[in-house]
Write a protein that binds this ligand. Structure first.
Ligand SMILES: [Fe+2]
Length: 191
C-alpha cells in the first residue's frame, strides 16, 4: 500500500507531471508541423489537416489552458519564493509572445488557404519562428520553472491549484478524439 508520504508527493507533483506529459505531446506536434513546413519549402503539397490541427492545438488548448495553468503556478511561486519567481518572471511575457506568433501564423495560413502564392514563404518563415520559440520555451520551463515549483511550493499550494488542472484536458488524449485533431494524432504515433 502506498505510504501517506508517497501519496502526498504524487499529489504535489501531479500537475508538473501533467505539464511535462503535455510538453512531450507539444514536441511531437512541433515535429509534425515542421515536417509540413519542410514540404511547403520543397514546393510539395503539405497535409493541411496536420497544419490546421497543430494551429488549433496551439490556440485552443495551449494558449487557453496549458499556459494559463503555468501562469497560475507562477503566481503561487511569487507568494512562496519571490527571488525564484523573479528569475522566472519572463514566463507570462513568453506565453503572450507565443500566442502572438501563433496569431501571425494563423493569419498567413488563412492567406495560403485563399491561394496567395507569395504567402507560402512567409508561412514557412513564421512557422519556423513559432517552432523554434516553442522548443526553446519548453526547454527553459523544464530547466528553470518546474524545478523552482518543485522546490518551493507547499502541499497547500498544490491543493489550491488542483482544480485548475481538472477543468479541461489535453484534446490529444481524448477518446474519441475530436475530428480536427484526428490526423495530427495519428501522425504523432509515426516514427
Ligand atoms: Fe509549458
Amino acid at each position: 500500500m502506498p505510504s501517506e508520504q508517497s501519496y502526498r508527493k504524487r499529489t504535489m507533483t501531479q500537475p508538473i507531471q501533467q505539464l511535462t506529459d503535455e510538453h512531450g505531446r507539444i514536441r511531437g506536434m512541433l515535429s509534425c508541423f515542421e515536417a509540413q513546413l519542410d514540404r511547403f519549402e520543397r514546393a510539395e503539397r503539405p497535409d493541411y489537416e496536420i497544419l490546421e490541427g497543430s494551429i488549433a492545438y496551439c490556440q485552443e488548448y495551449l494558449d487557453r489552458w496549458h499556459h494559463p495553468r503555468e501562469d497560475a503556478l507562477l503566481e503561487l511561486l511569487q507568494r512562496r519564493a519571490p527571488p525564484e519567481a523573479g528569475a522566472c518572471a519572463e514566463l507570462e511575457e513568453l506565453h503572450l509572445r507565443l500566442a502572438r506568433t501563433t496569431g501571425e501564423v494563423v493569419k498567413v495560413f488563412e492567406e495560403v488557404e485563399r491561394d496567395a502564392e507569395y504567402s507560402r514563404a512567409r508561412l514557412v518563415e513564421m512557422g519556423r519562428i513559432l517552432v523554434d520559440d516553442y522548443r526553446r520555451h519548453l526547454d527553459w520551463e523544464e530547466a528553470n520553472f518546474f524545478p523552482a515549483l518543485r522546490g518551493h511550493l507547499l502541499p497547500e499550494d498544490w491543493r489550491e491549484i488542483a482544480p485548475r488542472f481538472a477543468d479541461a484536458s489535453d484534446p490529444l488524449t481524448q477518446s474519441p478524439i475530436d475530428q480536427r485533431y484526428r490526423i495530427l494524432f495519428s501522425a504523432l504515433d509515426e516514427p
